[in-house]
Design a binder for this molecule. Structure first.
Ligand code: UD1
Ligand code: CA
Length: 484
C-alpha cells in the first residue's frame, strides 16, 4: 500500500475491550472474521499506512485471545487492559495511562468493530484535523438511530456529540452521526479526559463528552463526512454478513479494475489477503482464501475453493477444492478434484476428475487423469497414472512414500503399495498390486492369470436370459468346459 503524505499520528488507540453481547458468541467480537481477517485485523490494516509510531489496543473481554491475535497480525502493537468497561472515555484514558512516554502530536482513536473504514478515510480525517483540538469522522444516515448525533455550529464546527439515549427530540432528528473514529491533539485529550464525568443515562465515561470540554476551553472541533458504508460497526451476525458483502464488492471491484474477469462477482468471495493477476478469469461460485495467489491467464471455477494455494499462469482449475497446494503454469485440475496440503503440480501437469492428492509432487506434464488417490508421492515428468490407481500410503500405523520416475505408464486400477520405487520408463500392468520396486524400463505384472470356465452359464443358469443369449451367440463354443 502507498504511504500517505499526512503527518503520522503519534499513536493509534483501538478500543476493543467490549464483549459484543449481541454476537451471542464465546469469541470476542473483534475476533470474528470477514474477508480473511478479524474485524480487529481490518481496523489495524486501515490504519497501517499512516505509519503511527505507537499502536495501543484496549483489551478486556477475552483479552488473552485478542492478545494472541495481535501477536500474529500486529506484533509491535501494545495492549492496555481495561478490567471494567466504564465507557469509551475511560477506555481511552486507560490506553493513554499505559503509555506515559507517548507525548505530543495527535492520537487517532478507532473502534475494533468497524471493518469497513478505509485508509483514505483516515487520511482525510488527519488532513482536515491540522490545528484543531479534535476532528470526528461522521456520516449521514437514513436511519441514524442508536448513534451519537453531531451537533454543528453555524460555522460548521462541532459543538457537541449527543448520545441517542441522552438526546432531545430535536437532536434525534439530526442525521449526521459519530462514527466513533476521531483524531485528537494528544495532550489536549489527556487533559480533557480528566474532566469528563459520568452524568449520563449509562453512568459511563463517554469519550464523546471530551468534545464539549475541548469546546469550552476554546479549541476547534471539526467533522469530516464519509459514506455510510464505511462506518458500519458490527454488533450482531447480520451486520457481520453485511460487512462481508460490502468487503466482497470492494475487493472484487478492485480486482476487476485491475484487469481480472469475473463472470458473476456476486458469487465470488476473495479474502483481502489474496492476489489475482490481470487476465485471470474467475467463474461463478469461487472462494479464494488465505495466501492464495492466481497468476495471469489462469481460469478458476466454476465452483472452486482454493485456500493458501498458488495457481500459475494459464492454469485451469474447475470444480476443485484445494488447500496449501501449488498448481503450476498451464496445469489442469478438475472437475471434482481435491488437492490437499503438500500437492505440487509442475508445469502442464494434470489432476483430473475425481482425483484426490496429498503431499504429492507431479513433475512437468505428468498426468493423473481419472478417479485416483495419490498420497505421499513423487512422480516424474511425463508419467501417466492410469484411471483408478491408488497410492496405498498407509499401513494402518505409518505413512510411506512412493517414488515414480519419468515417462512411466502405470496401468489402470493399480495399487501401489508404499514404500516402493518405480524406475524411469517402466510400465505396470492394469489391475496390478505392486508391492516391490520396479526397475527402469521393466513391465511389472502383479495379478492372477485369467481362466475361462466354458459353458458355465449354460450349465449352471439353464434357461436364463444369459444362457439363451450365450447359446444364440454364433461365437459360442459348445465346449466341454475348461476346468469344469
Ligand atoms: C459509540 C459512541 C457513539 C457512536 C458509536 C459509533 C460513545 C459514548 N458513543 O457508541 O457516539 O455513534 O460509538 O459506533 O463513545 N469499549 C471499550 N471499553 C468500554 C466501552 C467501549 O473498549 O468501556 C469499546 C467497545 O468494545 C467498542 C467501542 O469501544 O469497540 C465502542 O463502544 P460501544 O459501547 O459500542 O459504543 P456505542 O454505544 O456504539
Ligand atoms: Ca458500537
Amino acid at each position: 500500500m502507498s504511504q500517505f503524505d499526512v503527518t503520522p499520528p503519534t499513536a493509534v488507540v483501538v478500543l476493543a475491550a467490549g464483549q459484543g453481547t449481541r454476537m451471542k458468541s464465546t469469541l470476542p467480537k473483534v475476533l470474528h472474521r470477514v474477508a480473511g481477517r478479524s474485524l480487529l485485523g481490518h481496523v489495524l490494516s486501515s490504519a497501517e499506512p499512516l505509519n503511527a509510531a505507537n499502536t495501543i489496543v484496549v483489551v478486556g473481554h477475552g483479552r488473552e485471545l485478542v492478545a494472541e491475535e495481535l501477536s500474529a497480525i500486529a506484533p509491535t502493537a501494545t495492549t492496555a487492559v481495561q478490567t471494567e468497561q466504564n465507557g469509551t472515555g475511560h477506555a481511552v484514558a486507560v490506553a493513554l495511562e499505559s503509555a506515559p512516554t507517548v507525548t505530543g502530536g495527535s492520537v487517532l482513536v478507532l473502534a475494533g468493530d468497524t471493518p469497513l473504514l478505509t485508509s483514505q478515510d483516515l487520511q482525510n480525517l488527519i488532513a482536515v484535523h491540522a490545528g484543531a483540538g479534535a476532528t470526528i469522522l461522521t456520516a449521514r444516515l437514513a436511519n441514524p438511530f442508536g448513534y451519537g448525533r453531531i451537533v454543528r455550529d453555524t460555522d460548521a464546527t462541532v459543538s457537541a456529540i449527543v448520545e441517542e439515549r441522552d438526546a432531545t427530540d430535536e437532536q434525534r432528528a439530526i442525521d449526521e452521526v459519530n462514527s466513533g473514529v476521531y483524531v485528537f491533539d494528544l495532550e489536549l485529550l489527556r487533559d480533557a479526559l480528566t474532566k469528563i464525568g459520568t452524568s449520563n443515562s449509562q453512568g459511563e465515561q463517554y469519550l464523546t463528552d471530551v468534545i464539549g470540554v475541548l469546546r469550552d476551553a476554546g479549541h476547534v472541533v471539526r467533522a469530516v463526512e464519509t459514506a455510510e458504508a464505511h462506518i458500519l460497526g458490527v454488533n450482531d451476525r447480520r451486520q457481520l454478513a453485511t460487512a462481508g458483502a460490502v468487503l466482497r464488492e470492494r475487493i472484487n471491484d478492485s480486482w476487476m479494475l485491475a484487469g481480472v474477469t469475473m463472470v458473476d462477482p456476486t458469487s465470488v468471495w476473495i479474502d483481502s489477503t489474496v492476489t489475482v493477476e490481470p487476465d485471470a478469469v474467475i467463474l461463478p461460485n469461487v472462494l479464494l482464501t488465505g495466501s492464495t495467489t492466481i497468476a495471469a491467464g489462469a481460469h478458476i471455477g466454476p465452483d472452486s475453493s482454493l485456500n493458501n494455494t498458488a495457481v500459475g499462469p494459464d492454469a485451469s482449475v474447475v470444480r476443485t477444492t484445494a488447500t496449501d497446494a501449488v498448481i503450476g503454469a498451464k496445469a489442469t485440475v478438475g472437475p471434482y478434484t481435491y488437492l490437499r496440503p503438500g500437492t505440487v503440480l509442475e508445469t502442464g501437469a494434470k489432476a483430473g476428475g475425481f482425483v484426490e492428492m496429498k503431499n504429492a509432487h507431479l513433475g512437468e506434464g505428468a498426468k493423473v487423469p481419472h478417479l485416483s488417490y495419490v498420497g505421499d508421492a513423487t512422480i516424474g515428468e511425463g508419467t501417466n497414472i492410469g484411471a483408478a490407481t491408488v497410492f496405498v500410503n498407509y499401513d494402518g500405523v505409518a505413512k510411506h512414500h512412493t517414488t515414480i520416475g519419468s515417462h512411466v505408464r502405470v496401468g489402470s486400477d493399480s495399487m501401489l503399495v508404499a514404500p516402493i520405487t518405480i524406475g524411469d520408463g517402466a510400465y505396470t500392468a492394469a489391475g496390478s498390486v505392486i508391492t516391490d520396486d520396479v526397475p527402469a524400463g521393466a513391465m511389472a505384472v502383479a495379478r492372477a492369470r485369467q481362466r475361462n470356465i466354458l459353458d458355465w452359464v449354460v450349465r449352471r443358469r439353464p434357461g436364463s436370459k444369459s444362457a439363451q443369449a450365450a447359446v444364440a451367440d454364433s461365437t459360442h463354443t459348445n465346449g466341454s468346459g475348461e476346468g469344469a
